[in-house]
Design a binder for this molecule. Structure first.
Ligand SMILES: Cc1cc2nc3c(=O)[nH]c(=O)nc-3n(C[C@H](O)[C@H](O)[C@H](O)COP(=O)(O)OP(=O)(O)OC[C@H]3O[C@@H](n4cnc5c(N)ncnc54)[C@H](O)[C@@H]3O)c2cc1C
Length: 554
């Protein structure tokens, strides 16, 4: 019987060594003559073997090495130079990326690394949301406000309050300087290091013939990646135009801080900016529609962060039904119903932090058959492919979680799949999420309720920070660490942290979940003393022990 070629799709490869593991595993199978893995990012292995070889023997061998394999059966996508409507060599690019934010850059760099002709079209400021109006400006303001607050400039404390006036214009300018310098070093200079990536400035829209128009020019590509991000959602409340509420973008730009601010919303952006403004001396009231803050998180976290906020003097009301907005001179008014009663709340300014709206308007998506979900986000499969097989989409414009590292990971996966024919999934099975309040909220994996709903028999442990030496030494024992594990195997399913610098703790739990570690693995691992992440080990020990009765590091 003659030899045959079998192509395998491999998942779980995370570095160059993995290719060797796969090759070695497949070479042990009787009848295999040659194995090729074109690189760990490819997600592929090609096997030449005797004609009667069993494909299951190959997938079993890969599984034995700790990876997952399936027989590759790719949908029949034309080679990129013969893609539909592109007239083969008539295309301008192999990959055309629309949007030069974090996701778009990751896709373009990956395509360039593959030696492809790639262009990015950008209609706004280069670098997109994270650097210009998102992660960077918000986190530097949070840090400034935290330092101001820690130094005793607390508008509500009374005793010990120092009468030093806050120089908001300087803080804002320092924030702008940081944004400008990072935009230069992380985007403009990076682009210059890839001369084969063409940047086209302007707004892009798909045309009926499948091409993309920017101003007077039309471009054709073999594959496309849409990475146009999202913008603050301005829900159509009656009175919205009269009230002119602020968004996260405009709040961080105001000339003068308002005296009072009502924040509509109770998730990441609402809490981060609400606390920042309060610490800078603004009288803040948070109004949240859901019965608790951060409703997707463990209920303990929502309750505890509300208490911490209230202790700082931040007002929090949950279960609020928003009716309309209005204005009375300089006062802005939010008309609501709370527990069946009409209530109105007044402030100098209102921050609308009720989610973000994917940037799909005006993109001509109807011309290329791209499906949107009920929120207007582009629907993609795990390979980041839209309902049009030659068009991929990534980041905030899709229904993926809105984090910059998810957008960038999506960019890498989309470029790889679009240009090499692989079917690499975007693996979000261990996705950490951090809300940069003080204390921080940091989570990964399943909540207790999600785990139970998913059919797991679970065990749970919770350690208050009063048991964590680092927190005691820092005299900041606000918060706790909660772990959710599978009862039968001890495998960690979720970690939920409310703690100062909780974002630094969560990555160890993320690795544990990604690599299926158990509670015993955590307790058997050395954790440095005194670190906040030691709390993770204590929470693991708490499954079987009373941590109050343990001596240091025992
Ligand atoms: C206040 C705030 C704080 C945040 N903090 C964090 C954080 O701490 N950590 C974190 O991980 N994430 C954070 N995020 C989320 C993060 O910023 C986004 O998830 C990420 O930037 C999305 O990247 P993207 O590439 O999908 O889109 P973007 O970065 O928004 O890029 C989209 C680009 O496409 C361009 N564009 C739009 N339409 C067109 C068109 N028709 N033609 C051409 N170009 C177009 C835009 O101008 C933009 O440059 C925060 C967001 C906000 C708003």
């Amino acid at each position: 019987m003659s030899d045959k070629q079998i192509d395998l799709r491999i998942s779980g490869m995370t570095c160059a060594n993995c290719t060797q593991h796969i090759v070695r595993a497949l070479e042990t199978v009787h009848g295999v003559k040659k194995v090729e893995v074109p690189g760990w990012k490819s997600g592929l292995a090609t096997v030449i073997a005797e004609g009667d070889i069993s494909p299951e023997a190959l997938t079993d061998a890969v599984a034995g090495a700790g990876y997952t394999a399936s027989i590759k059966d790719l949908p029949a996508l034309e080679p990129i130079d013969q893609a539909p409507g592109n007239g083969g060599s008539g295309v301008d690019f192999d990959l055309l990326v629309i949007g030069a934010g974090s996701g778009g850059f990751a896709a373009a760099i990956n395509a360039s690394d593959l030696g492809k002709r790639v262009a990015m079209i950008n209609g706004g400021t280069i670098g997109g949301t994270c650097i210009n109006v998102g992660c960077i400006p918000s986190k530097t303001l949070i840090r400034a406000a935290g330092a101001w607050y820690a130094a005793g400039h607390h508008p509500y404390k009374g005793v010990g309050t120092k009468q030093v006036s806050l120089d908001w214009p300087t803080i804002r300018e320092q924030k702008d300087d940081l944004v400008t310098s990072l935009r230069q070093s992380k985007y403009v200079d990076v682009l210059a290091a890839y001369p084969d990536i063409t940047l086209i400035e302007g707004h892009a829209a798909f045309q009926k013939d499948g091409s993309v128009r920017v101003g007077e020019h039309t471009y054709r590509s073999s594959r496309y990646v849409i990475a146009t991000g999202a913008m603050p959602r301005m829900l159509p409340f009656p009175g919205l135009e009269e009230d002119e509420p602020l968004s996260s973008t405009t709040l961080m730009e105001v000339e003068q801080l308002p005296k009072s601010l009502i924040v509509l919303g109770g998730r990441a952006i609402a809490l981060e900016l609400g606390q920042t403004m309060a610490r800078l001396g603004v009288d803040v009231l948070i109004l949240q529609r859901s019965p608790r803050l951060v409703p997707e998180h463990e209920p303990e976290i929502g309750r505890a962060i509300k208490e911490h906020f209230e202790r700082e003097g931040i007002g929090v009301i949950t279960g609020v039904q928003f009716e309309r907005l209005s204005r009375d001179g300089e006062s802005r008014i939010v008309h609501t119903r709370v527990m069946g009663q009409d209530r109105e709340f007044r402030a100098d300014q209102i921050l609308l932090a009720l989610g973000r709206q994917p940037n799909t308007q005006g993109l001509g998506l109807e011309h290329v058959g791209i499906k949107l979900d009920e929120n207007g986000a582009i629907v993609v499969n795990e390979f980041q492919q839209t309902s049009n097989p030659i068009i991929y989409a990534i980041g905030d414009v899709t229904n993926n979680p809105e984090f910059v590292y998810v957008a960038a990971a999506g960019g890498r996966v989309a470029a790889q799949n679009a240009l090499t024919g692989t079917q690499m999934p975007l693996d979000l099975s261990a996705m950490p999420a951090v809300i940069f309040t003080d204390p921080q909220i940091a989570t990964v994996g399943l909540t207790e309720a999600e785990a139970r709903k998913g059919g797991y028999e679970v065990q749970v442990s919770k350690v208050d920070l009063v048991h964590v030496p680092r927190a005691l030494a820092a005299r900041d024992t606000r918060g706790f660490i909660k772990l959710v594990a599978e009862a039968k195997t001890g495998r960690l399913l979720g970690a939920h942290v409310l703690a100062a610098e909780g974002g630094e703790v969560i990555q160890a739990a993320t690795l544990a979940i990604k690599f299926s570690l158990t509670i015993d693995n955590l307790t058997d691992t050395l954790f440095p003393y005194l670190t906040q992440v030691e709390g993770l080990k204590l929470a693991a020990q708490a499954f079987t022990k009373d941590v109050a009765k343990l001596s240091c590091c025992a």
